[in-house]
Design a protein around this ligand. Structure first.
Ligand SMILES: [Zn+2]
Ligand SMILES: [Zn+2]
Length: 169
């Protein structure tokens, strides 16, 4: 399921974002489009700081504030989805031309797995009928720990290393 967006998709989402910015009297700065592209090219779930540091590492000059306010705009216009995986943990992922899916999250190493199960659609249809309700969305996250403890441990250490290098940069 996880693969970077196609060039056509990237062109299309840029167009959508451009008209959204115009409509809302927001400036169309190249940095804003770079944040959008970063999310669609990288493919995955990132917190705002991840996005900021990935862009910086990739040689893009962009301020943290720009990343944060662009993310808000992207969520507002529906191109990016904000997911809450922990009490104060927010993750961003692309929403356009991307299959509806749910998440499995490791509480230790932070790995995020995606799954798609048509039975969720069946539950939705049934609940609409039973409760006479029009359901417009849902969020389902399973939390737990990796069964491969060795790999999980390794990822936890990588996370610590990444945080350290962030502090130093
Ligand atoms: Zn996802
Ligand atoms: Zn894990």
């Amino acid at each position: 399921m996880a693969h970077p967006a196609s060039e056509e998709t990237i062109d299309l989402v840029k167009e959508i974002f451009s008209s959204y910015l115009k409509e809302h009297n927001q400036r169309q700065t190249p940095e804003r489009f770079m944040v959008l592209e970063e999310i669609y090219r990288a493919d995955g779930h990132f917190d705002a700081d991840d996005i900021f540091f990935n862009m910086k590492e990739g040689g893009t000059r962009v301020s943290r504030a720009t990343v944060y306010n662009t993310l808000d705009l992207l969520v507002e216009c529906g191109l990016v989805q904000r997911q809450q995986f922990g009490e104060n943990q927010y993750y961003y992922e692309r929403a356009y031309a991307y299959q509806q899916h749910d998440h499995i999250i490791c509480k230790k190493c932070g790995t995020v797995l995606e799954f798609c199960d048509p039975r969720i659609q069946e539950i939705k249809t049934m609940m609409e009928k039973i409760h006479k309700f029009n359901i417009t969305g849902h969020s389902l996250h399973f939390f737990g720990t990796c069964q491969d403890t060795e790999a999980c441990e390794k990822r936890q250490q990588e996370q610590v290393g990444k945080k350290k290098s962030k502090v130093n940069s």
